[in-house]
Write a protein of this length. Structure first.
Length: 150
């Protein structure tokens, strides 16, 4: 395998040609526009009337749903992302509806919350992070949410 910082052409061959570089960057930017159009919208659950919004993504969906069902807090909803990039254009509007934001992530640094802040300017006040390599359990999520919600 060969790695360098040069561009590749449409066939994957390394090149330093500036015109090909511009062409390939334009091609990637066009893909981004397509992703923006065809991106998967996050799912809001269980209701649109909430004071607290919990952001999560990927395989955490059923765990968070079960935890929220156990807590039975009518004013807490989850915004689940099946696709974390690109973020939806209307995300800031959704986030600013909440009085409190929580992000649940399987990493030590809150990467998704940082991306959300970078892209929307909205800071997520609370984070539930797990980074021991195991998936969250319903019990862990429920206990963490109880602590945050008071």
């Amino acid at each position: 395998m060969i790695v360098d910082s040069d561009e590749h052409d449409e066939y994957g061959h390394i090149t330093e040609n500036l015109d090909i570089r511009t062409s390939m960057v334009n091609k990637r930017l066009a893909r981004r526009k397509l992703l923006d159009k065809e991106g998967i919208e996050p799912t809001l659950w269980p209701n649109k009337n909430f004071k607290t919004l919990l952001l999560c993504w990927g395989s955490t969906l059923p765990i968070v749903q079960e935890s929220l069902t156990m807590l039975a807090c009518d004013d807490v909803s989850m915004l689940h992302f099946a696709q974390v990039w690109p973020l939806p254009q209307n995300l800031k509007d959704r986030l600013t509806q909440a009085e409190k934001l929580i992000c649940l992530e399987g990493n030590a640094t809150g990467q998704f919350a940082a991306i959300v802040k970078q892209q929307t300017g909205v800071d997520i006040q609370e984070k539930i992070l797990k980074y021991n390599g195991l998936q969250f359990t319903v019990e862990e999520v429920t206990v963490s949410l109880r602590k945050i919600l008071g």
